[in-house]
Design a protein around this ligand. Structure first.
Ligand code: BGC
Length: 416
């Protein structure tokens, strides 16, 4: 939890100072895309805008999952100095919309026909009171595993299809002296793994009842206790330096063959690509064992802060650039995510991207598409943070699984 609080004051000071430099023809964009792969994807957007004569004032706030970025945002808004556009997830967008802070994008949305091409699951977070209030950039999902192919091959390991096969693979790597799981010990990363572990352990019924309906019985169930036991197995198979590690450094361990697996959203693919690695040859992507039919998604969106009246020309240009089909392809190919429109071809995507697009469409039509708890698409931030605290405390050995379940019930009931 220490990681979630350090350095915020400094960040706020730095971003507030830099904010003074914005000019009318700039967009000032607050985001947390600071890893190599993320920065490469962001460049696609910057260049697109620059080609239209719109300057980009960069406001990066490091911290995977965006908690630190949201803290900086609150301080900026409180100071009456909201950025033009802000990377945001799920319920956070709706919270700002309810406060009347976001600009109405209906005009550009109508001109460009967003209603017809953006999936309903995303519109649920991009519209408020019948108004478009953010521009969806992508769809990520959290129930992925990334593996180093050479490490798996050298140890005779095939892609595990079930939790039992996954445990066997992990045990085989441990016996061979290889770190089985690359993990970064930060609350949001533990929660990201927990998304997939809960889905795999209790299926969509448990996931939905616990994380979306916040049902006490589901939160306190035996299946939830089993999910915590599985987290303990994962904890037992990470290296000793995991604490506080950034997610992209954990990805680098898999890239470099220092570890076999990482459970992480598909932004991890951006790191492999940025390191010149090829899916199927150097690395493997597969759904977390036991979640092959489900997708736990999070969609990055850019919410436009109301600058006092109508949407500015620059905000409209940014929104339009983000939703254009060519940008949706070019950006998401690099980012590791899939398009936020249903009408974009998969031709330029690699095999992991093609699978991601296929999985998303299949999950949406079979009722197996669920918002990611860890990335703010299942419940509001207060509940999400309460779950983070319990999951991370258990991961770090503060609670056994039976206690964690009780703590989870209590924490969610206080937060909701
Ligand atoms: C965002 C991704 C980002 C990841 C790690 C997630 O919440 O949706 O775009 O790459 O955090 O920073």
């Amino acid at each position: 939890m220490k990681n979630r609080k350090t350095g915020i004051a400094g960040l706020i000071a730095a971003t507030s100072l830099a904010a003074g430099a914005a000019t009318a023809a700039d967009v000032e964009v607050l985001h947390w895309w600071t890893s190599g792969g993320e920065a490469a994807a962001l460049n696609v957007l910057k260049q697109d805008l620059e080609s239209q004569g719109i300057g980009w004032l960069d406001m990066p706030v490091a911290g995977g999952g965006g908690e630190q970025a949201m803290t900086v945002l609150r301080a900026r808004v409180t100071a009456g100095n909201a950025p033009t556009a802000v990377q945001m997830l799920g319920f956070d967008i709706l919270d700002w919309a309810k406060q009347g802070a976001l600009a109405d994008l209906n005009e550009i949305a109508a001109q460009e026909g967003w209603d017809a091409v953006v999936p309903g699951a995303l519109q649920a977070f991009a519209k408020h009171d019948g108004k478009w209030i953010s521009a969806p950039v992508n769809v990520h999902s959290t129930n992925w595993v990334w593996a180093n192919k050479a490490v798996l091959d050298a140890n005779g390991i095939a892609v595990p299809q079930t939790w039992e096969e996954f445990m066997a693979a992990v045990n085989a790597l441990a016996a061979a002296g290889v770190t089985p799981i690359a993990h970064g010990g930060q609350a949001w990363q533990e929660a990201t793994v927990f998304d997939a572990v809960v889905m795999s352990t209790g299926g969509p019924d448990l996931y939905k009842a616990a994380f979306i309906d916040l049902d006490e019985e589901a939160l306190g169930s035996d299946a939830m206790q089993e999910a915590f036991d599985r987290m303990a197995f994962i904890r037992a198979n990470v290296d000793e330096n995991f604490s506080g590690r950034d997610w992209n450094l954990a990805t680098a361990m898999v890239i470099n063959g220092e570890a076999g697996f990482q459970m992480m959203g598909d932004w991890a693919k951006g790191e492999f690509l940025n390191a010149g690695k090829m899916p199927g040859t150097d690395f493997l992507c597969f759904r977390f064992p036991g979640t092959q039919d489900q997708v736990t998604f999070n969609a990055d969106q850019f919410a436009m802060f109301d600058q006092g009246g109508t949407v500015s020309k620059e905000q409209a240009a940014l929104a339009s650039a983000i939703l254009s089909p060519s940008f949706q392809s070019a950006f998401n190919v690099v980012k590791g995510s899939v398009p936020a429109r249903t009408d974009v071809s998969d031709a330029d995507f690699d095999d992991c991207g093609k699978q991601g697009m296929k999985d998303l469409a299949a999950a949406a039509s079979s009722g197996n598409l669920f918002g990611s708890m860890a990335h703010g698409h299942a419940s509001p931030a207060s509940v999400r943070n309460a779950i983070y605290d319990v999951v991370t405390a258990h991961f770090n050995g503060e609670f056994d699984s039976a206690t964690a379940v009780q703590e989870l019930v209590d924490a969610v009931s206080i937060a909701k």
